[in-house]
Design a protein around this ligand. Structure first.
Ligand SMILES: NC(=O)c1ccc[n+]([C@@H]2O[C@H](COP(=O)([O-])OP(=O)(O)OC[C@H]3O[C@@H](n4cnc5c(N)ncnc54)[C@H](OP(=O)(O)O)[C@@H]3O)[C@@H](O)[C@H]2O)c1
Length: 330
């Protein structure tokens, strides 16, 4: 193992060094990362959800600076338009469009897919970044718990609807922004959606984020041969409006060591832009431009069985009311 890898592993074990800006800065310097401005993404079409704030906003601006053609997605049309205009003005890239969709509303997800398919003849990267941690239990219009609806079911449906276009644009990528919070959560299928009595926002969020990471591996395994690369990642801890709103005490106490939004978004942009490891590997879970284990605790590892994975996939395909793209056996 080379020295850089040893230092990287040493700072990964304590979560505070790994997830904070210290982890980002140390790894960036150690590995002499390629600056993101050096990537030329002209001619590549990228759809990015959760683009109006925080990590997604920072990623969108960097991708626009690299010349990508962008479809920005958020729930509010005016906010989307303001974001797209601000990014065009900051970067000079006039290939930045936007579309309003709530990722937890399956009809809106279908309209979004129709829009992308009609407006662009290729899709190089689909980024599932939209997400929130909600303190009280909410449900989507079809009755699915809202965190699961918007961060697991909606993205599953969108990937499914865009699969043929992604394949036609291969090598293409589907990227999912998960969270280090998922390390605490076992894989749950029957308990994926918490009920009113037991609901705790942080637990529900961690369960959904765990499901995202497992499904990412399953997508890679099940449709990877179609030339589409699937990767998930977590951003560490970054200062964003979402963190301020959901975890105000955490944001106040940890403020000085939190990453900037751009630092949190760095690996997402790199996974979208770099043609090395992100295309040469599939199904990875990343932090700071390096693959990381998806389990750190024996209990969560034990929960991750082939049977539970298969049941998770079929539950989400059922909730998404879509044709299951997988007809084989694991
Ligand atoms: N910041 C961190 O330290 C951190 C750590 C771990 C994971 N993450 C993950 O990173 C992602 C971005 O988080 P952030 O911190 O940047 O949060 P943020 O500042 O609150 O931004 C969230 C974005 O998601 C959009 N969004 C939320 N719910 C949506 C829905 N149902 N449909 C469509 N868009 C929706 C919001 O857009 P509109 O409100 O305009 O619709 C906004 O653009 C999330 O998946 C989050 O779980 C963040």
């Amino acid at each position: 193992m080379d020295t850089r890898r040893i230092i990287d592993k040493a700072i990964e074990i304590p979560v505070v060094t790994s997830f904070s800006r210290f982890g980002f800065e140390t790894r960036r310097r150690l590995a002499k990362w390629e600056p993101l401005d050096g990537y030329d993404l002209r001619g590549r079409v990228i759809t990015l959800t959760g683009a109006t704030s925080g990590l997604g906003r920072a990623a969108a601006e960097q991708l626009a600076r690299c010349g990508a053609t962008l479809v920005l997605v958020g729930r509010n049309p005016e906010r989307n338009a303001e974001t797209a205009a601000a990014i065009t003005s900051a970067t000079g890239n006039d290939g930045v469009s936007h579309w309003a969709a709530d990722m937890g509303d399956l009809d809106q997800v279908r309209s979004l897919a129709d829009h992308i398919l009609g407006a662009h003849d290729r899709l190089d990267v689909l980024i599932h970044n939209a997400g929130a941690l909600t303190a009280s239990r909410e449900v989507a219009s079809d009755g699915t718990e809202a965190t699961v609806a918007s961060q697991v079911v909606g993205p599953f449906l969108l990937t499914n609807l865009l699969l043929d276009r992604l394949e036609a644009s291969a090598p293409s990528r589907v990227l999912t922004m998960s969270s280090g919070g998922m390390y605490a959560a076992p894989l749950q299928v029957d308990g994926l959606q918490m009920n009113e009595d037991s609901y705790r926002g942080t637990d529900q969020y961690a369960r959904a984020k765990r499901a995202q990471v497992i499904l990412n591996e399953m997508w890679a395994h099940r449709v990877g041969e179609r030339g589409i690369r699937f990767h998930s990642m977590h951003p560490g801890w970054a200062s964003t409006p979402g963190v301020d709103a959901a975890l105000p005490r955490f944001a106040a106490v940890m403020g000085p060591v939190l990453r900037t939004a751009m630092q949190g978004a760095d690996t997402l942009v790199w996974l979208a832009a770099d043609d090395g490891e992100p295309l040469g590997t599939n199904g990875g879970f990343w932090l700071d431009r390096r693959r990381r284990p998806i389990h750190r605790l024996p209990g969560t590892r034990r929960s991750d069985t082939p049977d539970r994975r298969a049941r998770l996939w079929s539950l989400i395909a059922t909730l998404a009311s879509c044709q299951d793209p997988w007809t084989g056996s694991d």
